[in-house]
Design a protein around this ligand. Structure first.
Ligand code: NAG
Ligand code: NAG
Ligand code: NAG
Ligand code: NAG
Length: 487
């Protein structure tokens, strides 16, 4: 059985549509539609369609929050003629890699581990952001985006996302880099291979000479399409490289090849009940947000000449809002990573505790639970994040993962330190534009509307203005204080 056919069954991508649409990418805007999947790992998520399982719901029975991850899959056509593969879209990594036919295998021998010698991105991050014990053994894994954590033995050693056969592509060219491709994930799954270029089409976008890593030795059965900064490419980030260098990855290549004018893309996750969303490269859809679109600086996370590598911004406060009242909990700043590869929201422990307290909740230390429990809230409660003069209101329902006897599990995970991750539960209610040319994020309240009003980005983000608190960037940890006013 070709497992990749399961992915096609989601009905979202008409086979061959990308080929037809190649010529027209709508005047400087390219779109990649994706399907959303939830599950405890990528294979499970891609093979089932259990959308409702991770969607915040108050059905009786607590959901095991550590086992829920979100994945966005898109179909790509690589080579000439295009070979169809399904990939996990990832704003937390920067390479496209695909398994070569015959390169995926199940065994887990230590000999094989020794072959993979890429750095573990997660281990480098874990010093800045570390989950406080308990509920998230896969925390550092989810930080690198597609959490490939804790997967069971594959029965048949077949990649769930399809394999690539370079010898069947007339446009395929192997690079002769001194270093091979090597990546290792937080769960020690690995992919080793070599660099190449080939033609790629995805959504209504077609590029030539796209750098792709071909893994001829991997035990990760899921191909990944990273669209973050060049600074996170494994050709520069991996350990033990003789010739560390950056290359033009997908978002940069789109600009080089004139497909977009600016290296900026908009992420729209769509309503929690929708099974699809989209990324617009080089464009903004004004019908997908309400109110103002505000711009914030992306924080520098690296001291070297290319200091931007992650989509992190300053969160300037948190509050709660119901139908009657609104209360500011804190205005102590902290760092928020806008990470589409993480499902839940991770907040510095004092902030998470303030939220639980505000709802008369508590942290349940029971090893089976290890999470905040609150009396089940009413439907119109909002958890509000302030980014310096403007707020994004997120539905508290997003964070509720099950209930029992009127007690609800609040899926907000406390972390040490001052770094939070604003994952899917936050992003569902936000429209986010990642502007890699200007190292800025533009944010607005998402609007779930099927109409479209797309404008190409040719200069500053159309319709966006600087947030009033644009220049108040996070400048170091301060003790978390209650009070202030974000409303
Ligand atoms: C991949 O191999 C490594 C090293 O042997 C092992 O730790 C990891 O669990 C394996 N992952 C899978 C999915 O088999
Ligand atoms: C792709 O690479 C080939 C040489 O390998 C070159 O001739 C061609 O101009 C390149 N195309 C683009 C669009 O960069
Ligand atoms: C892996 O890389 C480290 C340095 O980063 C090196 O010391 C070690 O020998 C390498 N291991 C293998 C198996 O290549
Ligand atoms: C692979 O080759 C292409 C074309 O020469 C080049 O642009 C790209 O940087 C190379 N990729 C890597 C990872 O070195």
């Amino acid at each position: 059985m070709k497992l990749s056919s399961n992915i096609l069954n989601f009905g979202f991508f008409a086979a061959g549509a990308a080929q037809v649409a190649l010529a027209d990418n709508g005047g400087g805007v390219g779109r990649i539609p994706f399907s959303k999947h939830y599950g405890k790992n990528a294979e499970e998520a891609l093979q089932n369609v259990p959308l409702e399982r991770a969607a915040g719901n108050k059905n009786e029975g607590m959901v095991d929050i550590t086992n829920q991850n979100v994945y966005y899959s898109a179909n790509i056509y690589l080579g000439t003629p295009g070979q169809e593969l399904s990939v996990i879209l990832d704003t937390g990594s920067s390479d496209l890699w695909v398994p070569q036919s015959g390169g995926f295998h199940c065994p887990r021998s230590s000999e094989e581990v020794a072959k993979g010698n890429g750095s573990t991105i997660a281990s480098q991050l874990s010093s800045v952001a570390r989950a406080e014990g308990g509920p998230s053994p896969s925390f550092t894994t989810t930080l690198i985006g597609p959490s490939l954590a804790a997967r069971d033995e594959q029965p048949d050693c077949q990649s769930v996302t399809g394999n690539f056969d370079p010898s069947s592509s007339s446009s395929f060219k192997k690079n002769n880099t001194v270093d091979g491709f090597s990546i290792q994930y937080g769960d020690y799954s690995y992919a080793n291979g070599y660099w190449a270029t080939d033609d790629l089409s995805v959504g209504d976008i077609a590029v030539k000479n796209m750098t792709v890593a071909v893994a001829d030795d991997t035990n990760s059965s899921v191909a990944v399409f990273g669209i973050s900064y060049r600074g996170l490419e494994s050709s520069i980030y991996s350990g033990n490289l003789q010739d560390p260098h950056e290359y033009e990855n997908f978002p940069y290549l789109l600009k080089d090849q004139g497909i977009v004018k600016r290296n900026a893309y908009s992420l729209y996750l769509n309503s929690p009940s929708a099974s699809d969303g989209s990324i617009l490269f080089g464009g903004v859809d004004h019908d997908k947000y309400s109110g103002n679109l505000y711009t914030l600086p992306i924080l520098e996370t690296n001291g070297d000449s290319d200091p931007w590598e992650r989509f992190v911004v300053t969160v300037q406060g948190v509050g709660i809002k119901g139908s009657q009242e609104q209360t500011t909990l804190t205005t102590t700043p902290f760092v928020g990573l806008l990470d589409s590869g993480t499902t839940a929201v991770y907040l510095p422990e004092p902030v998470a505790q303030m939220i639980a307290n505000a709802y008369n909740g508590f942290f349940d230390d029971d090893p089976e639970v290890q999470a905040y429990i609150i009396p089940c809230p009413s439907d119109d409660e909002k958890l509000v994040f302030n980014f310096g003069g403007f707020n994004i209101e997120t539905s508290l329902d997003n964070y509720i993962s099950g209930s029992s006897d009127g007690q609800c599990l609040l899926n907000i995970i406390p972390t040490d330190g001052y770094m939070g991750i604003l994952g899917d539960f936050f992003l569902r209610d936000a429209y986010v534009i990642y502007d890699m040319d200007n190292n800025e994020i533009s944010l607005a309240q998402a609007k779930f509307d099927s109409s479209e009003n797309i404008e190409a980005i040719t200069g500053p983000i159309p319709g966006a203005t600087r947030a009033p608190g644009y220049s108040q960037i996070f400048s170091g940890p301060e003790p978390f204080q209650t009070g202030g006013n974000i409303f």
